[in-house]
Design a binder for this molecule. Structure first.
Ligand SMILES: Cc1cc2nc3c(=O)[nH]c(=O)nc-3n(C[C@H](O)[C@H](O)[C@H](O)COP(=O)(O)OP(=O)(O)OC[C@H]3O[C@@H](n4cnc5c(N)ncnc54)[C@H](O)[C@@H]3O)c2cc1C
Ligand SMILES: NC(=O)c1ccc[n+]([C@@H]2O[C@H](COP(=O)([O-])OP(=O)(O)OC[C@H]3O[C@@H](n4cnc5c(N)ncnc54)[C@H](O)[C@@H]3O)[C@@H](O)[C@H]2O)c1
Length: 472
């Protein structure tokens, strides 16, 4: 057994762990990083990157099939599904060097390609290494949840860990789960020429604002995706080579391929958390708002911490704990300014409170400022007029924003900045946006907040009339 001592031990080389390792090592700490599988974790290998690359293939096909509106003849796209997967893997390969073992060793990090397991509150075993660390960061991420559905073991099924390696185009893809994974994959596949059926137990895109989600779901349905809601799956069957999904309410959906997208399971099984006195919750590892676990020398960040499960959250949390682990400074993780986006077409994005949450928390003090895409000249030029932005405002400060439409994931950045810095609507309205940009929507919604105050205000009208009488 090789014994190592270090300042910071990071378990998991995904979005969260790599951010800690890069930051801590470049600021002078001794860092050991454990990775049992692929450097880069889920986001690079099985998540954000491959899904966005496949969405890009779908977008290219869709563009060819719907070009005539711009005066360019529509063509039936000749989709080579295997070549689309080559594109996906080429994109991964282009980003891979940023997350590579070589790059991190260049920062001075000792990278050990083994799974780690606690053997005491301060010691972790990884292969034949025994590591004692001043602080441990658990960043082991999550895996696809595979529910114990009767019959599932009788059929071949895919998850986000395997779908990007499938090279034969599914004739009819059945997707169980209408969350972000399910809906992004549904649209990518329908655009690549597959038949697609989504079977959702409750409400598709149920974590998002219902009005905004409806616009996305209507778009997907218009493209041909069959979406069945309130259809909890009870059983899977193999019927002479076809896969049948049977729901609790008696629906039977048959297809050629099956993708499970029913949520995530925190990666805690290999960690032997009990040996370190680390408690779990239903969704992951129990942490306080400083991201410390019940073992004060151990932090947990990213998907395994059981909160919002996004790459940028894991990265943000890495910054929070670096401050406290390296400098001993108090540092709390906040959530009010954390955005998320679902990269369907149209996109769906949220930061802070939704309209329903804002009304529940602030009652009549909430004002909703709203602006529709069909009033934006750039959106009209590009025929991307579906969607809206609405901003929830309390005492002239935004407390949340919901955007559905073209580039919603880009537009939400500004509202994350506004919430992070407690900006006022007046500061957003003071911005000058280049014309014609989609970004003008952000300024116009701030303008919409002031419209009734300026244009429907009798005092303003009286003052203007009075001043006009006197100025030369
Ligand atoms: C299909 C899909 C699409 C997504 N799209 C987006 C998106 O567009 N935008 C977004 O923000 N988020 C997206 N996500 C979510 C995002 O991928 C995760 O939130 C993010 O990867 C979490 O980072 P992490 O560091 O917590 O975990 P991970 O990136 O999963 O990294 C954890 C690492 O720890 C390793 N590990 C596990 N146990 C051990 C152990 N005991 N010892 C050593 N190593 C271990 C694992 O092998 C893994 O490499 C998507 C997820 C999926 C599945
Ligand atoms: N664009 C992005 O940022 C992005 C994209 C994909 C994934 N992600 C991350 O990955 C996480 C996981 O995504 P997800 O879509 O797997 O999970 P999810 O929890 O968001 O959605 C899963 C859906 O499956 C449904 N479901 C569960 N069991 C079912 C059953 N037996 N029958 C029918 N429906 C069932 C649930 O009601 C739910 O709507 C997301 O929460 C998000 O954090 C992010």
């Amino acid at each position: 057994m090789q014994e190592l001592k270090t300042d910071i031990l990071v378990i998991g080389a995904g979005s969260g762990g790599l951010s800690v390792a890069a930051g801590a090592s470049q600021m002078g700490a001794d860092v050991v990083l454990l990775e049992g599988h692929k450097m880069g974790g889920d986001c690079l290998n099985f998540g954000c990157v491959p899904s966005k690359a496949l969405i890009a293939s779908g977008k290219a096909a869709h563009g060819q099939a719907h070009a005539s509106v711009y005066g360019v003849a529509d063509v039936v796209p000749q989709v080579d599904y295997a070549a689309a997967k080559d594109h996906v893997h080429d994109v991964i390969a282009q980003i891979e060097p940023m997350d590579s073992q070589v790059r991190f060793e260049g920062f001075g990090v000792k990278v050990i390609r083994e799974y780690g397991s606690f053997i005491s509150p301060t010691q972790v075993q990884a292969g034949d290494h025994l590591i004692t660390a001043r602080r441990v960061v658990v960043a082991t991420g999550s895996s696809p949840l595979v529910p114990p559905l009767p019959g599932l073991d009788q059929v071949t099924y895919f998850t986000n860990e395997t779908i990007f390696d499938l090279r034969d185009k599914p004739a009819h893809l059945l997707i169980i789960g209408g969350g972000p994974i399910g809906m992004e994959m549904a649209q990518a596949h329908i655009r690549l020429g597959c038949k697609v059926t989504v079977i959702e137990g409750l409400k598709a895109l149920g974590k998002d604002d219902p009005e905004a989600a409806t616009i996305v779901l209507d778009s997907l349905k218009a493209e041909g995706v069959a979406i069945h809601e309130n259809a909890m799956v009870a059983q899977i069957r193999d019927n002479a080579g076809a896969i049948e999904v049977v729901t609790e309410n008696g629906e039977i959906h048959a297809g050629s391929h099956l993708l499970l997208a029913v949520g995530r399971k925190a990666n805690v099984d290999r960690l032997n958390l009990e040996a370190a006195g680390i408690e779990r919750t239903r969704t992951g590892i129990k942490v306080d708002d400083t991201l410390r676990t019940t073992n004060r020398k151990v932090y947990a960040i990213g998907d395994v911490a059981g909160g919002l499960q996004f790459t940028h959250v894991a990265g943000y949390q890495a910054g929070v704990i670096i401050r406290s682990a390296l400098f001993g400074l108090p540092s709390k993780a906040k959530t009010a300014h954390i955005p998320w986006a679902t990269y369907t077409d149209p996109e769906l994005a949220q930061v802070g409170l939704s309209e329903a949450q804002a009304r529940a928390q602030h009652g009549d003090a909430v004002e909703i400022a709203r602006f529709d895409y069909h009033h934006n000249d750039r959106a009209i030029s590009e025929r991307k007029t579906k969607g809206f932005i609405k901003v929830m405002v309390v005492k002239s400060r935004p407390v949340g924003a919901t955007i559905v439409g073209h580039q919603a994931g880009e537009l939400i950045n500004l509202w994350s900045l506004a919430l992070a810095n407690n900006l006022k609507m007046g500061q957003i309205a003071a911005m000058v946006s280049p014309y014609p940009t989609i970004g003008e929507l952000n300024k116009r919604v701030a303008g919409a907040y002031f419209t009734p105050r300026l244009f429907e205000n009798q005092t303003v009208k009286k003052v203007v009339r009075f001043v006009q009488r006197w100025i030369p």
